[in-house]
Design a binder for this molecule. Structure first.
Ligand code: AP5
Ligand code: ZN
Length: 217
């Protein structure tokens, strides 16, 4: 299958995509992760993307498409993919259709994770992860037992995303509503849209996604 996860910042796209990768054998393709890796490596794409990401805007389609195309061509992605944070514009959605068609594939399901905007600002600002094992924490909702030390691996280097502050999160929400939310209609017209209440607990969202993945909706 080719699954798309649509939803604003903090909706749980990354959380769910990682679980589907581990448990259903799909390959997670996150353009956000790819862009952050490019920034960290200081590649040309990374240099072009860095300031836009820090301001909460969308990186130009050409840059995102170049990065994604490279990963989609990898043999492991033939088993089935879950796109996390892509497409985000109509241009990207059209490019994805063309790319899939050239490989005899198409979008199986586009899942809209439906959430409340105000709750998302709180979910995203305050989030941080362990630099060694990637475990996720939150200033209010999920503090490590020992401040500054990871519960899972004992690592002491905590990382925060540069764009996870309240001001930038609001810009990211604006970009979502202006440029990405119209894709809900786009996929509805193609007959592949599914909606999930993503204010529900993580395990419930996971179950609903599992049913869609297995084609029992
Ligand atoms: P990206 O990395 O895609 O960020 P995002 O869309 O803003 O999403 P997040 O990663 O913040 O949230 P998420 O939905 O994955 O939620 P998560 O699972 O982490 O993009 C970053 C930037 O890169 C963009 O702003 C843009 O500049 C650029 N970019 C990326 N792709 C692009 C593209 N295609 N085109 C152009 N530019 C692009 O969950 C959040 C938190 O909530 C976690 O702490 C989690 O534990 C918790 N949580 C999750 N689910 C639940 C639940 N059901 N109940 C309670 N808590 C929950
Ligand atoms: Zn850790």
């Amino acid at each position: 299958p080719v699954m798309i996860l649509l939803g604003p910042p903090g909706a749980g796209k990354g959380t769910q995509a990682r679980m589907l990768e581990e448990e259903e054998g799909l390959v997670q393709l996150s353009t956000g992760d790819m862009l952050r890796a490019a920034v960290a490596q200081g590649t040309a794409a990374g240099l072009a993307a860095q300031a836009v990401m820090a301001a909460g805007g969308l990186v130009p389609d050409e840059i995102v498409l170049a990065i994604l195309q490279e990963r989609m061509a990898a043999p492991d992605s033939a088993k089935g993919i879950i796109l996390d944070g892509f497409p985000r514009t109509e241009g990207q959605a059209a490019a994805l259709d063309a790319l899939l068609a050239s490989a005899g594939r198409r979008v199986t399901a586009a899942v809209s994770l439906e959430v409340d905007d105000e709750a998302m600002v709180g979910r995203v600002s305050g989030r941080f992860t362990c630099g060694s094992c990637g475990e996720g924490y939150h200033d209010e909702f999920r503090k490590p037992a020992q401040p500054g030390s990871c519960d899972r691996c004992g690592g002491t280097e905590m990382k925060r995303r540069a764009d996870d502050n309240a001001v930038t999160v609001r810009e990211r929400l604006k970009a979502y509503h202006a440029q990405t939310a119209p894709l809900i209609r786009w996929y509805e017209e193609k007959g592949v849209l599914e909606r999930i209440d993503a204010m529900a607990p993580i395990a419930e969202v996971r179950e609903a996604l599992g049913r869609i993945t297995r084609g029992v909706t």
